[in-house]
Design a protein around this ligand. Structure first.
Ligand SMILES: NC(=O)c1ccc[n+]([C@@H]2O[C@H](COP(=O)([O-])OP(=O)(O)OC[C@H]3O[C@@H](n4cnc5c(N)ncnc54)[C@H](OP(=O)(O)O)[C@@H]3O)[C@@H](O)[C@H]2O)c1
Length: 351
């Protein structure tokens, strides 16, 4: 009997999520049910939301669980009911939940083999590189779905924090493709320099949490935008940076809070000056908690097709992937994903 390795966790740890992982071994299924597909996973990403799962703050994760939200795989076996939809040898994006349909639990992708329902698989067109395809849902579909929901377009301004993240870099490219200007806030000058040279933009500003940088960034943004109000913002850091973001937007702004990179869950909001006097809207946003659960499948399929086109046209790409770890070092991989100067997304090599 052939066996396969997988990264399991049997407990949550809010303080040390990287410490919960262990390597397990399971049989590779010999039979595939009519409505299932057997996928060999090539590699998976290590995302902030994987840490959130191990911390126990994500809905639908049932212990014992397998880690990981997204990966790239190759189809090995197809159930009899699905032979007209998939091909053996086809490359697929594999989601640890379901991208399509209704779903409740996570299955995880940090494993050598995954038995998947079709709702968890997205076939990858020829011409899309593995490294980009593997990141399709978390950091490419997320900003795209936000842009669509906001209805943002030519002449609009969108402020974003943690703009050097993969998601932030995709948003800059969506701005260039759709004609809106991104106003990019980062915490380090090196990241600002990288974005400026990579995308040829002059709208990157450094806010490092100090009052001096807040004043300097606010002044520079005011001068660069010549007082044009910022009506859209996406905020991934929370805490003080969330507060800084609120100081920059409005009136009539919509601010999407979608991440907690600082680890601080709180953003102080002044009901009078932030909300009532500016008529701003503050909104939570999560691809897996809400968007994938409530969006009709035909909309998801249309957005994904549009993204494949943007990727094939070279209008959307992702920065090079970073350090690669074997499955048995999943905990170290997660610790490396927290590092400030990591050169790219951390990868778990599965097979
Ligand atoms: N809600 C959703 O649906 C959803 C979906 C996708 C992603 N996200 C969130 O989006 C964010 C980015 O995800 P990603 O995978 O693209 O991340 P990533 O590429 O790993 O993010 C690294 C970037 O974040 C910056 N950063 C890290 N900690 C920071 C802090 N405390 N203050 C300011 N900047 C900080 C880093 O700045 P330096 O360059 O200075 O190191 C770096 O540019 C995460 O919060 C993630 O949870 C949410």
């Amino acid at each position: 009997m052939q066996t396969a390795r997988q990264v399991v966790y049997r407990r949550f740890d809010a303080q040390d999520p990287a410490g919960v992982f262990e390597l397990g071994e399971v049989p590779v299924p010999e039979e595939v049910a009519p409505g299932e597909v057997l996928v060999r996973i090539a590699f998976a990403l290590v995302h902030p939301c994987d840490a959130a799962c191990a911390m126990g703050v994500v809905n639908g994760v049932e212990l014992p669980a397998v880690g990981g939200l997204e990966a790239l795989g190759v189809i090995e076996k197809i159930g009899t009911a699905l032979t007209d939809r998939f091909e053996v040898g086809q490359r697929v994006h594999v989601c640890g939940t379901h991208v399509f349909g209704r779903w409740k639990t996570w299955r995880g992708v940090w494993r050598e083999y995954a038995l998947c329902p079709p709702e968890a698989l997205i076939p990858v067109p020829d011409g899309v590189p593995d490294d980009i395809a593997a990141q399709l849902v978390v950091n490419i579909l997320t900003p795209y779905a936000m842009v669509k929901e906001m209805g943002i377009g030519p002449g609009d301004l969108l402020l974003q924090t943690a703009a050097g993240s993969v998601l932030g870099q995709v948003m800059i490219q969506l701005g260039q493709a759709f004609g809106f200007t991104t106003v990019n806030v980062v915490r380090r000058q090196e990241t600002a320099d990288m974005l400026t040279s990579r995308f040829g933009i002059d709208t990157v500003f450094v806010y490092d949490g100090t009052n001096a940088s807040a004043a300097a960034a606010e002044k520079a943004i005011g001068e660069r935008l010549a007082g044009t109000p910022i009506r859209f913002a996406i905020e991934a850091v929370s805490g003080q940076t969330g507060r800084f973001c609120l100081d920059l937007v409005g009136p009539e702004a919509v601010v999407y809070f979608y991440g907690i990179l600082s680890g601080d869950l709180m953003v102080p909001v002044d009901v009078v000056s932030d909300l009532a006097m500016k008529n701003n809207t503050l909104k939570g946003w999560s691809i897996q908690e809400t968007w994938m659960r409530k969006t009709p499948d035909e909309v998801k399929r249309r957005y994904i097709d549009e993204l494949w086109e943007l990727i094939q046209e070279g209008k959307v790409t992702t920065p090079p992937l970073g350090e690669r770890f074997p499955l048995e070092r999943a905990g170290e991989a997660m610790t490396a994903s927290f590092r400030q100067d990591k050169p790219g997304k951390i990868v778990l090599v599965c097979t």
